[in-house]
Design a protein around this ligand. Structure first.
Ligand code: BES
Ligand code: ZN
Ligand code: ZN
Length: 515
């Protein structure tokens, strides 16, 4: 899909459908509709009422369309426009319309029009709405809305409805806006790349296959990629990760992707102080192991590698966007299976750090593989760690499916991650991490158990992880309930969301040296 900017005025845009951003009337929620749209100029773009011979006024007056967020109305052959159709796209109130809303609006407009067979879309952006962030968000929204997780459907009619072109009309086409459009494209495509990886079924997405994807992506993007195999991890003493992997015929691996900013590469003897690690859980299938999961819904456990896929996608974007900070991505990948070789409840494993863990539940495997990966990231010289993991079902109990949980040992880094999430419209919610929660993690036979009992499951999982970061500033994002969308939205297909990739990318792009 091509996305371009133009200065052609809205009325002159030749396209299958012109999208017009229409607002609702503030606190009145659209109830208090003016006699004519001309009398309420803040709701619809200037000229629209005249171009449509008063149709816009009529749909507003009839309350068929109020301008509330994601509402749409479609008119064919609008009299005063070159476009074949006009789509009124509801934006909600002007006061609440920001980049997260714009991203969704673009996705919803694209999905509505694609469904109707429109292949080229125009969007008119009035001057006061134009900004770099807005263009970036619109480009992302169009790309995200276009993603369909149906690659394995063989229906020949599938794909007949395709949007080929999107053109955004702005009053002035500057280099800064073109750069913003490119950023939006890079980020949107990276997020879709992550979603495509997560969409793959577990028979076609083993640790080895994920590593192959990482290698080819790195070669394309000019990143360095190293894959630690089973033998290397044995040598290093990754007992915790290898214990999870031992029940599967698929060998585990640790994918490492390295981005070094040009300035850092130039002065090797004076490396930059900060080195950010992005770490993602890569369980390509989580059966639960011997502590097996119920069969209902088990098919969804292919998305237990969403954290790893997010790391691959974020590194792909960062290779193109070139932040000033050094970033290394780590994706520990295993399959958690049941077999004669599988790890048993009660087994005790030795982590890379040296601490021993009693495996009381083989389904709490994410923390076991992350423990070794986090310590490895620290030993590789990373100064700040951020991980994303589909770690606990308990996070859905606590937050539902809207927010990812945030757990940290460092207020400053947590603040940065929360700010990045806010900028990017990825909702994040902080949890307590009091020292006293460590009392929930007691093992009679080893240094730590891998589970903390019935209560505060997402917090105890995080307290477990905290043991393995050697006191480095660290943030853990529990994405078990946000990485997958069970029902499609107007702006997004059902399936993997790619969250929190934009938080990862924004964190690196906006990085400022930390105390
Ligand atoms: N992969 C699961 C968590 C999960 C659940 C992700 C639902 C996505 C949707 C994780 O490995 C797991 O099984 N966690 C257990 C931990 C428990 C045994 C302490 C859980 O949350 O039930
Ligand atoms: Zn599990
Ligand atoms: Zn899992």
């Amino acid at each position: 899909m091509e996305i371009t900017l133009t200065t052609t005025p809205a009325a002159g845009l030749q396209c299958g459908a012109l999208v017009a951003l229409c607002f609702s009337r503030g606190n009145n929620g659209g109830e208090d509709v003016h006699e004519s749209v001309a009398a309420a100029p803040e709701t619809v773009p200037a000229g629209l009422d005249a171009w449509t011979n008063g149709w816009v006024w009529e749909v507003y007056a009839a309350k068929e369309f109020t301008g509330k967020a994601l509402e749409t109305a479609l008119l064919h052959r609008p009299a005063g426009l070159k476009a074949m159709r006009l789509l009124l796209a509801g934006c909600g109130t002007r006061a609440k319309f920001g980049t997260p809303e714009a991203r969704k609006l673009a996705g919803a407009a694209l999905r509505t029009l694609k469904d109707k067979g429109v292949s080229d879309i125009g969007l008119a952006l009035e001057g006061k709405l134009v900004s770099e962030k807005m263009i970036e968000a619109l480009a992302e929204g169009f790309l995200l809305g276009d993603f369909e997780p149906d690659v394995y459907k063989t229906d020949p009619k599938k794909g007949e409805k395709r949007v080929e072109r999107v053109c955004i009309a702005v009053p002035e086409q500057t280099a800064a806006l073109e750069a913003a459009l490119r950023r939006g494209r890079v980020i949107g495509e990276a997020q879709n790349y992550t979603r495509a990886l997560v969409t793959e079924p577990s028979n076609l997405m083993t640790p080895r296959i994920l590593a192959d994807h990482a290698r080819s992506m790195a070669a394309e993007q000019g990143l360095e990629c190293e894959v630690l195999d089973e033998a290397r991890m044995k040598q290093l003493g990754f007992g915790s990760l290898l214990g999870v992997a031992q029940g599967s015929v698929e060998p585990p691996c640790l994918i490492v992707l390295k981005y070094v900013p040009a300035a850092a590469a130039a002065s090797a003897e004076n490396p930059p102080a900060d080195h950010l690690a992005l770490v993602g859980k890569g369980v390509t299938f989580d059966s639960g192991g011997i502590s097996i999961k119920p069969s209902e819904g088990m098919e969804k456990m292919k998305y237990d590698m969403a954290g790893a896929a997010t790391v691959l996608g974020a590194m792909r974007a960062l290779a193109a966007l070139k932040p000033a900070v050094r970033v290394t991505g780590f994706a520990p990948c295993v399959e958690n299976m049941v077999s004669g070789n599988a790890q048993r409840p009660g087994d005790i494993v030795k982590t890379y750090l040296g601490k021993t863990v009693e495996v009381l539940n083989t389904d709490a495997e994410g923390r076991l593989i992350l423990a070794d990966a986090l310590t490895y990231a620290v030993r590789q010289g990373c100064t700040h760690l951020v991980d994303a993991a589909t770690l606990t079902a308990a996070i859905a109990v606590a937050l539902g499916h809207l927010y990812a949980g945030v757990f940290s040992n460092n207020e400053e880094l947590k603040g940065k991650v929360l700010a990045a999430g806010k900028t990017e419209g990825e909702r994040l919610w902080p949890f307590p991490m009091d020292e006293d929660y460590n009392d929930y993690l007691k093992s009679a036979f080893a240094d730590l158990p891998n589970i903390g009992g019935r209560y505060g499951g997402s917090i105890t999982a995080s307290k477990f992880l905290e043991n393995f970061v050697e006191k480095k500033p660290w943030v853990h994002l529990d994405i078990a309930s946000t990485a997958w969308l069970d029902d499609s939205k107007a702006y997004l297909a059902k399936g993997p969301t790619g969250l929190p990739i934009r938080t990862f990318i924004r964190l690196a792009l906006d990085w400022t040296p930390q105390s």
